[in-house]
Each structure stands twice: as structure tokens, then as C-alpha cells.
Design a protein around this ligand. Structure first.
Ligand SMILES: Cc1cc2nc3c(=O)[nH]c(=O)nc-3n(C[C@H](O)[C@H](O)[C@H](O)COP(=O)(O)OP(=O)(O)OC[C@H]3O[C@@H](n4cnc5c(N)ncnc54)[C@H](O)[C@@H]3O)c2cc1C
Length: 450
């Protein structure tokens, strides 16, 4: 079976059998779409054939899609999901990311659909956290170690660095979310959180609920949550769910032709190497290096237990009292997606990052460099809504004569953690219902411009 339009209705409430014109009352507005009666019949007709879905890439994007495909697929549907990743879970930018999560721009302006994105990312984090502490979580690391990814609930501090910024920051704070508050602090208040902190304008903006995730641990846990969900769904329902991870390089989309009902491309910055797509997406690449620093035992007490991470011209993501990550560099047009950083590249990164970090945290002079990792961002174009990821069905784009078969979830830029939850959910629902209209226009409109 090669077509998707025989998939069962993932959510019967979404496609009531008596209705032809459907209205989705979604947070971002009201979207209407027409589905023919015959299609509706197809959606709800049971099928003997297992559906096969390939997810290319096991980063934030790929694993979020997998979890939501399993979550939203009908109980009775037999579903097999194959994840393809040449490195394994977290092999790309997601695995090395700074792990900073909040719904604001650098000027603390709420990002497009920030509330929804924030809510759905937190939901996935909780799911991963639960999988981590469950008995079934046997990934070769102690559960205590794995729990660490969730322990970084120390908030994030954004110091005001110049007067022009300060006015903007003060304005933007007014519209912050109640679920991710921003408190305005003076120097004395900020220094209670991080002793020795330097505030050039005596103002810092503190997001107590903002998070700092250990990305690789989070991804491992999310993968296990997916595995658990597949097993549970099989145990309690008639439809068998299968999830496999193949450590294999993907070279072209043609490899999947005829094998799968849906192929979802979540290859991050490497999407451009697919010959069917190469050079045609409005994406720019940008390599970033993150330096790892430790505080020697003889150099004081270390970073305060609940001291927030710092977001400034360079950011400091706190890993523990004697371990921090400092990022990040921005090397536009790079094609180098290797996580390995040469001595030369590391030296250049330190020369750039340390002066910026010490402008707010002078104590960094006592910390010593222990290593560096890097990743390649896939940066989407700037629109009037901000820099939004690229989603949607790309059958027309790649010139294949199928209905909703190849899907893209890419261009997560520097905000993968914020976007992966909600947009992974939307992508999965669009795939299962074979209906791109589920995805907000702002995320699919890139197709009109190429
Ligand atoms: C230095 C740096 C710091 C960052 N810090 C943050 C941060 O603090 N907060 C935040 O929200 N975001 C941050 N980001 C951005 C975030 O990392 C990305 O937005 C996110 O990782 C993109 O996720 P993805 O799943 O689309 O891509 P990726 O994570 O790159 O996943 C793609 C996957 O596809 C696999 N793959 C690639 N090519 C092939 C192939 N040919 N065959 C098979 N598999 C393949 C890779 O191994 C990889 O696992 C940072 C990025 C960088 C570079």
C-alpha cells in the first residue's frame, strides 16, 4: 500500500463523518479545510495493512515527530516507524546544543506562538523525565545521571548591556507569559543569585522558570519514552506499533520510494545534501562552537547551587557548581557539521567568547578550558513573524506524483528546543491525517516563495 489517504482518522473528533467542511479552532486562529465524503470514509475504514513511516534524523525534530505519531495514531492502526540516523540519537546539532529553553527573543520579546511552543516543549520534557525514572530506562547510564538533564531548573538571567536595549527590554517585559515570568532585578538582587555578577546598567531580567537542559540526556530519554509508548500501545490495543532505529546514512529520498507511506525529513542542516532538495530550500547554515570549562578545586566554592544561567553577548549554561558551557560562535555559510573541534578552532572560539562572558561574569577568569563541541544550525529566513521553521508536505516541491508522502520539518535555527514540541506535534497530526492545513500558514508559506 503506497498511498496515505487510507490512513485511519487519527482523531475522530477532528473529522466527524457527517461533515464536509471542517473548521479547526486552533489557538493561532480559525482554519477551514474541505475533505470529501469519500476521503472521510477512507479515513475511518479499518485496514489490515501496517502503515510504514520513515523519520530521517533523530534530533529534537525527529524524536518529537516520532513521539507524536505514536501518541496520535489510532489504537487499532498497525504502525511501523523506522528512524534513520547516521550517528544515532542526538548525532547532530541537538546533541551538542546549549540546552537553553525559554520563549523569548534576545530582547525578551515573546516569540511567535511562544506560549504554545513553551507549553508543548515542557510537556515533552516531562514525558522524557518520566521515561528516565521509569524502571524500563536502561540506557547504560545510571538513572541518577540521566535525571540530571531535568535538574537544571535554575532559570536564566539576561543582563541589559546597552541603553538602547534597556528601553526595548523594559517594554517587552510587560507582555511576558505567566508560565515563564520575567522579573526585573537591580544589581544587588542579581548579585544575590550570582555573586560577583557585573551589570553595566544596573538591570537584569530574570526568567525563573526558564530551563537549561542537558540535550544529549534529554534526547536519550525522549527516545526511550517513544520506545515505551510503542510497547504500551501494542500491549493495550489491537494495533501493533513498532519502532526501530537504524544507524544508517541517507543519501537520497529515492531510497525510500515504494517502501513507506510517509517519509518525514528531519535532517537539520544536512537536509541540503539530499539531491532532490539540494540548494532549493531557503536555509542558511551557521556553525557554532561551545567551550566547556571547569573550576579547579583550589579556586573557591564554584557556581552557586541555584544560580541561573546567563544570556548575554555570550551565554553561560551552567552544568554544575564546577562545570559550565560557554557559547556560542556564529560561522555563517560553514558546511562543517562535525561535532569535533580542532585546537585551532577552539582557540579562536575562546578568544571570541571569553571576553564577552567575562563582561558579565568576571569570575570566569578562574575557570579552565576542558574541551569544545560544535554543531551546524539550519537558519530559516526572517519573516514578519520572526525566523520560523519550515514545515509541510514537499511532494510538489520535489516533483513526485503522490499525495502527501514526503514531509519536511526543518530550519529550527537556534531555537530547536522551543519549537520541537509543538511543531513536531503539528507535523505528526498532518502526516496522520494527510492534511497539511493542520499546520499554520506561517510555517508552510515558505513554499510560495521558491
Ligand atoms: C552551538 C549551538 C548551540 C545551540 N544552542 C541552543 C540552545 O541553547 N537552545 C536551543 O533551543 N537551540 C540551540 N541550538 C539550536 C538547536 O541545536 C537546533 O535548532 C536543533 O538541534 C535542530 O534540530 P534538528 O532535529 O532539526 O537537527 P539535528 O539535531 O541536526 O538532527 C539531524 C539529525 O540527522 C542526522 N543526519 C544528518 N545527516 C544525515 C544523513 N545523511 N543520514 C542519516 N542521518 C543524518 C544527524 O546525525 C542528526 O542526528 C544550538 C545550535 C548550535 C549549533
Amino acid at each position: 500500500m503506497k498511498t496515505l489517504n487510507l490512513w485511519l482518522n487519527p482523531n475522530p473528533r477532528m473529522f466527524p463523518s457527517h461533515s464536509k467542511t471542517l473548521t479547526f479552532n486552533i489557538r493561532y486562529g480559525v482554519v477551514s479545510c474541505r475533505i470529501s465524503t469519500s476521503q472521510l470514509r477512507c479515513f475511518s475504514s479499518p485496514t489490515q495493512h501496517p502503515r510504514r513511516c520513515a523519520v530521517l534524523g533523530a534530533g529534537f525534530a525527529g524524536l518529537s515527530v516520532v513521539w507524536h505519531l505514536l501518541k496520535h495514531s489510532p489504537k487499532e492502526l498497525q504502525l511501523r516507524i523506522d528512524i534513520y540516523d547516521e550517528v544515532g540519537v542526538g548525532g547532530g546539532a541537538s546533541g551538542i546544543s546549549g540546552g537553553l529553553l525559554h520563549p523569548y527573543s534576545p530582547k525578551v520579546k515573546l516569540l511567535w506562538e511562544g506560549a504554545q511552543c513553551w507549553k508543548e516543549s515542557i510537556k515533552l520534557l516531562r514525558i522524557a523525565e518520566a521515561a528516565c525514572v521509569s524502571e524500563d530506562c536502561k540506557i547504560g547510564e545510571s538513572a541518577e545521571n540521566m535525571k540530571a538533564f531535568a535538574a537544571q531548573k535554575r532559570g536564566i538571567l539576561r543582563p541589559a548591556m546597552n541603553l538602547k536595549n534597556l528601553t526595548k527590554l523594559n517594554d517587552n517585559v510587560q507582555t511576558c507569559l505567566t508560565s515563564c515570568r520575567i522579573e526585573t532585578l537591580n544589581k544587588e538582587e542579581a548579585q544575590k543569585l550570582v555573586p560577583g555578577l557585573c551589570l553595566p546598567l544596573d538591570r537584569a531580567f530574570y526568567m525563573p522558570e526558564a530551563l537549561n537542559i542537558q540535550s544529549q540526556h534529554y534526547l536519550q530519554a525522549l527516545f526511550w519514552a517513544c520506545k515505551n509508548l510503542a510497547e504500551e500501545s501494542t500491549a493495550f490495543a489491537s494495533g501493533k506499533k513498532q519502532l526501530n532505529l537504524h544507524k544508517r546514512s541517507v543519501h537520497k529520498l529515492l531510497e525510500f520510494e515504494g517502501e513507506y507511506d510517509a517519509v518525514i525529513i528531519c535532517l537539520g542542516a544536512n537536509v541540503n545534501m539530499l539531491p532532490e532538495i539540494s540548494g532549493r530550500l531557503p536555509l542558511r547554515t551557521c556553525r557554532g562552537v561551545i567551550a566547556h570549562l571547569e573550576l579547579p578545586d583550589d579556586k573557591g566554592e564554584g557556581y552557586p547551587d541555584y544560580g541561573p544561567s546567563i544570556l548575554s553577548d555570550a551565554w553561560i549554561a551552567v552544568q554544575g557548581p564546577r562545570s559550565i558551557h560557554v557559547g556560542s560562535t556564529w560561522e555563517w555559510k560553514s558546511r562543517n557539521s562535525s561535532p569535533i573541534v580542532s585546537d585551532d578552532e577552539a582557540s579562536k572560539a575562546l578568544l571570541e567568547l571569553l571576553p564577552k562572558a567575562s563582561a558579565t561574569y568576571p569570575g570566569i577568569k578562574d575557570w579552565v578550558f576542558t574541551g569544545a563541541r560544535a554543531g551546524l544550525r539550519a537558519m530559516p529566513p526572517l519573516t514578519s513573524f520572526g525566523s520560523l521553521p519550515l514545515l509541510g508536505c514537499i511532494d510538489d516541491f520535489i516533483g513526485r506524483n503522490h499525495t502527501c508522502k514526503y514531509w519536511l520539518f526543518g530550519g529550527l535555527g537556534s531555537r530547536g528546543l522551543l519549537y520541537h514540541g509543538w511543531l513536531g506535534n503539528l507535523t505528526a497530526q498532518a502526516v496522520l491525517s494527510c492534511n497539511e492545513d493542520i499546520i499554520p500558514y506561517e510555517l508552510t508559506s515558505w513554499k510560495k516563495t521558491i
